[in-house]
Design a protein around this ligand. Structure first.
Ligand code: 0PR
Length: 386
């Protein structure tokens, strides 16, 4: 900070120079991101609610209503009539809240002190943060031959210290959906909290299923599912940061509640105190603007782009790691090592991401900013590299 105030113009000039260093989604070159350009309408609404603080919801009753409505709508989408939860900063915070609820519940009702959580080896690294913060031990379940959480491995890992089982609906690296129905049964039989991380898949699986895609059940219609993470700032097209955590029962929020005596509400269950109302307002706006039909159209278009890229790659001779279930494709050059291959793509100006689990591969998340024209250019470059 300088001693003297600066001119707005000078500040803006400096900011715009720095902004130019950022990549722009609109270039269609960012291939590995699960975020994308937020919809302009959502951005407009977001700006109107910048001062709304859901940390003290009694002061912002309108915004609190919007958060509750968004939670209800997402809950409905996931087959839950009465949903509880919050709009938080993203999948990481949502997952931490779910694990915290599970830990506190197990501590209260089962007396478990040094708890363990069972996650698939394909789980997002946010669970490592959660375990670290909440003093839990991670127990990693194997993947089966289709790179999904191995059900037998889950059974073997259950112990009297297990506080939660986690499965993924749309894995970060391959976009696959774990066998959630079977794991839900196991969780129920063993009376263990079951969390589904649908941070990525939550805003597409329900719409694709509705459109006739043959995808497995992953939501609250399965009795064992206690909570689901769904991120509006991924396929929901809400501005970052907007994550969602939905609980089946209010008691999962209650076991996390701490007293907040001088606020307009007497307890708080979220991790963050002062927190964004803008994310809830923008998400409310965008989900109503799109409606189920809008999201369904978008989810199908993204799948069509995924198949287009898959076919194009295979025609040239590239190898697909697995059949895509969602709008994410991982592939390799048949002879060139993945990092070397990635470097070649970078030289053509593509911003690529390398998957590590289960094998190294270039991973493309077919988000909204990647248009058919970009895919054509990508395939041309890939032809040249091959
Ligand atoms: N759960 C799953 C299944 C995820 O894929 C992610 C994020 C999270 C939880 C955590 O969500 P937040 O990042 O919202 O806390 N997956 C990507 C990742 O971190 C997100 C991402 C976004 C990556 C943009 C790159 C990028 O440019 O790997």
């Amino acid at each position: 900070m300088k001693d003297e105030p600066m001119d707005k113009e000078d500040i803006l000039k400096e900011l715009s120079e720095l902004h130019k260093l950022d990549y722009d989604y609109a270039d269609g070159r960012i291939l590995g991101s699960m975020c994308t350009q937020a919809h302009p309408f959502a951005k407009e609404v977001y700006c109107k609610f910048l001062d709304s603080n859901l940390g003290d919801p009694g002061l912002f009753k309108g915004t609190k209503y919007l958060e509750d409505e968004v939670v209800k709508s997402i809950g409905n989408l996931l087959s839950l009539d009465e949903a509880y939860g919050n709009i938080v900063t993203g999948g990481t915070e949502a997952n931490i809240m779910a694990v915290r609820a599970a830990r506190n519940h197990a501590r209260k009702y089962k007396g478990i002190v040094d708890g363990e959580i069972i996650i698939p080896s394909s789980a997002h690294f946010s669970f490592k943060k959660a375990a670290d913060m909440l003093n839990l031990k991670i127990v990693e379940a194997n993947l089966d031959e289709n790179y999904k959480m191995d059900v037998e491995s889950v059974k073997e890992l259950i112990s009297d210290k297990t506080v939660a089982i986690v499965a993924i609906a749309g894995t970060t690296e391959l976009g696959l959906i774990d066998p959630i129905e079977e794991i839900s049964k196991i969780a129920l039989e063993n009376n263990i909290y079951f969390h589904v991380d649908a941070a990525f898949g939550g805003f597409s699986i329900p719409f694709l299923k509705e459109a006739g895609y043959d995808l497995p059940v992953f939501d609250f219609s399965l009795e064992g599912v206690c909570s689901i993470t769904v991120d509006p700032h991924k396929m929901g097209l809400a501005p970052i940061p907007a994550g969602g955590i939905i609980f089946r029962k209010e008691e999962y929020l209650q076991v996390m509640a701490v007293d907040s005596p001088y606020l307009t509400v007497k307890t708080q269950s979220t991790i963050v105190g002062t927190r964004l109302g803008a994310a809830s307002a923008a998400t409310y706006a965008i989900i109503n603007y799109f409606g189920k039909k809008g999201y369904s159209r978008m989810a199908q278009e993204l799948m069509e782009n995924t198949y287009y890229l898959k076919d194009g790659l295979q025609e040239i001779g590239y190898e697909i790691v697995c059949e895509p279930e969602l709008n994410l494709l991982a592939f390799n050059h048949p002879n060139v090592e993945t990092h070397e291959f990635a470097e070649k793509l970078e030289k053509f100006g593509w911003k690529v991401s390398i998957a590590k689990c289960p094998t190294e591969a270039i991973r493309v998340v077919l988000m909204n900013h990647i248009k058919r024209s970009h895919l054509k250019e990508l395939l041309e470059d890939l032809k040249e590299i091959y």
